[in-house]
Design a binder for this molecule. Structure first.
Ligand code: R5P
Length: 325
């Protein structure tokens, strides 16, 4: 009788949902790998089906999905893919969700509200995920909603690299568009050696996506203002901020954001005279009709690929961010 051969080799498996396959392909290319083919279908009544084309038994599986609209469909697809991976005996399952769905619903602002970001973490767990990887969570404490490791990546190095040669710190102010982004904007201001300004933004809790700007704290008169935000949804936060900055004497307004959600009317209003340029990453798909001449889209795949490599190899994700992650 021949002895059973024990192989200690780990196997990396990358699979993608249907929301943003180009990003998953780019991640695979960066890792010198290929996506395992999957058969994902939606039935006439809206139910989703997923099946892996190759065996993934014993593998370290990374399930990549970007949560753009229709977000509930893509979330459900990823949950079903996790379930399929669990039942196919994957050894470890990592959810790669560059834009964490429902991240803005991370606390109860008023009575009788849900905490949907927590619910999403519970759903990932119940489906069988062992860990989560995401980029620029709306609030870092979302990491605590998931009972397992969360690799929280920052797009800042990617965005900073773009601005390094384009902005002069002597004439620059980094702007947080609301109180929630002050900590991140403060890190930008340190990295760029430029002062910080903060905008006091108010929202009507009864009307979604409506914004009004109250006051600006910090030096903006006669300066180029770099607004940094985690996401642009309808664009109203950014446009109101840019208008307030220009009215306060800013010479120019440049915007850097990680996630281009770009719900209507974002792409129209972001072309406003108050905004000189917008720089985002491709963590979410941006269809050709949503591009305009002052928009720059930077690739996020190299960052995610490197993090996947570190996780697979039991390396260090923290080391990718000067010890900050
Ligand atoms: C708010 O806390 C976020 O960081 C974004 O500024 C906001 O959600 C963007 O939404 P919108 O583009 O619709 O104003």
């Amino acid at each position: 009788m021949s002895a059973i051969k024990i192989s200690g080799e780990k196997r990396l498996v990358l699979v993608s949902g249907r929301a943003h396959p180009r990003l998953a392909e780019e991640i695979a290319r960066e890792l010198d790998s290929e996506l395992v083919p999957t058969e994902n279908r939606t039935f006439a009544n809206g139910e989703i089906y997923a099946r892996y084309g190759d065996s993934i038994r014993g593998s370290d599986v990374f399930i990549i999905q970007s949560h753009c609209a229709p977000i509930n469909e893509w979330l459900m697809e990823q949950l079903i893919m996790i379930d399929a991976a669990k039942r196919a005996s994957a050894k470890r399952i990592t959810v790669v969700a560059p834009f964490y769905p429902y991240a803005r619903q991370d606390k109860k602002g008023r009575g009788r509200e849900p905490i949907s970001a927590r619910l999403v973490a519970d759903l990932f767990k119940a489906a069988g995920a062992h860990r989560i990887m995401s980029v620029d969570l709306h609030a870092a404490q979302i990491q605590g909603f998931f009972d397992g490791p969360v690799d929280h990546l920052f797009a800042m190095p990617v965005l900073l690299e773009h601005f390094k040669t384009k902005l002069d710190p002597a004439n620059l102010t980094v702007v947080s568009p609301d109180m929630g982004r002050v900590r991140v904007a403060d890190i930008w201001s340190d990295k760029l050696g430029a002062p910080l300004a903060i905008i006091h933004k108010r929202r009507d809790p009864l009307v979604p996506n409506q914004v009004s700007v109250h006051e600006i704290i910090g030096p903006v008169d006669g300066r180029i203002c770099l607004i940094v935000d985690d996401l642009i949804d309808t664009g109203r936060t950014i446009v109101r901020a840019a208008e307030a900055l220009k009215n306060a004497g800013a010479l120019g307004v440049v915007v850097a954001a990680t996630h281009a959600v770009f719900s209507a009317p974002a792409t129209e209003i972001l072309q406003s005279e108050f905004i000189d340029s917008v720089v985002v990453t491709d963590s979410l798909p941006i269809p050709p009709e949503k591009y305009w001449d002052r928009l720059t889209v930077l690739p996020i795949a190299p960052l995610i690929a490197r993090a996947i490599h570190e996780v697979f190899d039991d390396g260090s994700v923290t080391s990718m961010f000067d010890g900050a992650a």
